[in-house]
Design a protein around this ligand. Structure first.
Ligand code: FE2
Length: 270
């Protein structure tokens, strides 16, 4: 396997129109949070170092319009021209707007979004499934998506390693925010050749093993949620992952902060 570098961004909650779409994003902006600026700085860093691909694990735009997703595509291509991008949907994404604005699909549609990004010469493949479709905040992967996933796994070229992406992490410790893995999904993952699973959703760095595979849970680019006991502190701190698969197939993750000053702007007890 050749060396392969990719960026992992999650939970950007971008609001290109500048209109905060919820109480939390309103408070974030009032506290000086700037998700668009954070995304631009991230793209600049990724472009300066050079990456082969970019992956996004959901909540790309915050309840965004077609124009928001088109702006996301435009900004990404401006800084990373020609770099392939694959996104998974989060509970704050709008599939019809994403399909029209980001993918340029004139028909759109609100059905689950699953897709593949392949690098046959590098022996690596990214697979996105839609954990936010059925249960929103809690996440689930239904049988239709698992049928599709089985077909994708069966089509793998010999020697290819897969990276599976979905928004909700699989981690019992993160209940009520983690996703429960069904016995069927566990069998499928154990039977595949997965190098790692990538998720987001909880807005902080966590890792777990799910069906024997490392589940890397990325921080949010827009705002962190720091947990202390049963209290959640929302802060303006945010970051992303620089990831590398070396020639031996070993995966290395470097978690980076793009907005280091963490101003608390919201608190919640769960
Ligand atoms: Fe999020």
């Amino acid at each position: 396997m050749e060396r392969f570098r990719f960026g992992h961004v999650s939970d950007m909650h971008l609001m290109f129109s500048g209109q905060p779409a919820s109480e939390v994003t309103k408070k974030l902006m009032a506290a000086g949070g700037d998700s668009t600026g954070a995304y631009r700085r991230t793209l600049e860093e990724l472009a300066a170092e050079g990456i082969d691909a970019l992956i996004m694990t959901g909540d790309l735009c915050h309840e965004g319009s077609e124009d928001d997703y088109a702006a996301l595509r435009e900004m990404t291509e401006k800084y990373l021209p020609g770099v392939p991008v694959l996104a998974a949907m989060g509970n704050h994404d709008v599939r019809d707007a994403f399909r029209k604005g980001f993918l340029g699909d004139r028909y759109g549609g609100d059905h689950p979004y699953c897709d593949v990004m392949e690098f046959p010469d590098k022996g690596i493949r990214f697979i996105a499934i839609d954990s936010a479709w059925e249960k929103g905040l809690n996440g689930s992967i239904g049988d239709d998506q698992l049928d599709w996933l089985e077909g994708v796994i069966a089509s793998a070229q010999p020697g290819t390693e897969d990276i599976l992406m979905f928004h909700h992490p699989v981690c019992p410790m993160l209940v009520p925010f983690g996703m429960e893995m069904s016995p069927r999904m566990e069998r499928i993952i154990r039977g595949g050749r997965f190098a790692a699973l990538f998720s987001g959703h909880v807005h902080r760095i966590c890792t777990s093993f799910a069906a024997g595979v490392l589940n890397i849970i990325g921080q949010s680019l827009a705002f962190d949620i720091e947990v202390s006991g049963r209290s959640c502190h929302y802060t303006t701190r945010g970051g992303y992952n620089m990831c590398e698969v070396d020639s031996e197939g070993e995966l290395f993750i470097d978690s980076r902060i793009i907005s280091p000053k963490g101003e608390i702007f919201h608190k919640k007890i769960f």
